[in-house]
Design a protein around this ligand. Structure first.
Ligand code: 6CS
Ligand code: FE
Length: 307
């Protein structure tokens, strides 16, 4: 296990990746739960233990039918917004041109801005990260029926560290299911316990990598051997759940999702909560910072508390 390195700018890099070394593992150097252990905050002690052990937790049907309907209407409204569709925030599927993702929805949608601040979500993030939080990234992954393509295995943190300059593992994603997540429609797959090892990747970061990686990621992904080792240790869990549920997952848990050739869309909303003390710095790769709609940088302030 390599210790932290100092990259070309002399800055301490606790999780060197894509620095030319072969794929290898580095022990995680940050807690999964940053809150003091004596208090379980808005979660039960069983939920906390499960999140700490696995690196993810599912809150089943957190949102009632009426709220869910409003979220689904907003999902459709944004999908049909022709101006948004032409914007850099819209990512299309590589083959069909169908809408794959819509980024920065916590700013382009008042309803989703309000949702990101909802205490049922934000208070859990503040507790687990033990800090004020801000939205590092938000997106709708539409994963349409018939032609929704996969998201290959990856650790979000590996990308957010290397390409966005996120220093430490003190961030988490909340994926809100807006359609049913089923065994057959490309639901999120996660490897329990994989968050405890950092899979440092081989290769170098291509120029403007995000223009390709958001459609089909080929750099910053684990080697077959790394993936095999993680899956052998922890197995693979498919997070099937009803609409209105929330999949909370640590920034470093290995996850991915298959293509969707079923008629049923798998549309999930993602908020990435980052600890304010873990705000992004310069990228840990020799590339310019990614655009604001993928990585909040110029708008970093503590997320407003609402009751
Ligand atoms: O590059 C990113 O930030 C995005 N890529 C993936 C596959 N997951 C996290 C995030 O949406
Ligand atoms: Fe991801």
């Amino acid at each position: 296990m390599s210790a932290s390195d100092h990259n070309s700018t002399g800055r301490e890099d606790h999780y060197p990746s894509r620095q030319g070394a072969a794929a290898h593992f580095v022990e995680r150097r940050d807690p999964t739960i940053h809150a003091p252990l004596l208090n379980h905050g808005p979660l039960s002690s069983q939920q906390l233990a499960s999140y700490s052990e696995n690196g993810f937790l599912i809150l089943d049907q957190l949102f009632a039918a009426q709220e869910l309907e409003q979220l689904q209407q907003e999902l459709a409204r944004l999908r049909d917004d022709s101006q948004l569709r032409q914007s850099p925030e819209a990512i299309t599927e590589p083959d069909s041109g169908e809408l794959r993702s819509l980024f920065r929805i916590h700013q382009s949608s008042d309803r989703f801005r309000q949702l990101a601040q909802d205490p049922r979500l934000a208070e859990i993030a503040r507790f687990l990260l033990n800090d004020e939080v801000y939205i590092h990234q938000s997106r709708l992954n539409y994963k349409p029926g018939f032609r929704g393509k996969e998201f290959y295995w990856h650790s979000d943190f590996e990308t957010w560290h290397v390409e966005d300059g996120m220093p430490r593992m003190r961030a988490l994603s909340m994926s809100i299911t807006l359609t049913e997540n089923l065994p057959h429609n490309g639901s999120l797959m996660l490897i329990p316990g994989s968050h405890r090892l950092f899979a440092a990747c081989e290769g170098q970061t291509p120029e403007n990598h995000y223009e390709k990686s958001l459609k089909k990621q080929e750099y910053g992904v684990p080697s077959d051997s790394q993936l095999q080792q993680l899956a052998q240790r922890g197995g693979i869990v498919t997070a099937t759940c009803k609409p209105g549920s929330v999949i909370i997952f640590d920034c470093n848990v290995m996850h991915g999702s298959n293509s969707n050739i079923s008629p049923d869309p798998r549309s999930n909303l993602f908020f990435v909560y980052n600890a304010l003390s873990n705000r992004v710095q310069a990228p840990f790769c020799d590339r310019p910072a990614r655009p604001e709609h993928i990585c909040s940088r110029s708008t970093i302030t503590a997320l407003r508390r609402t009751d």
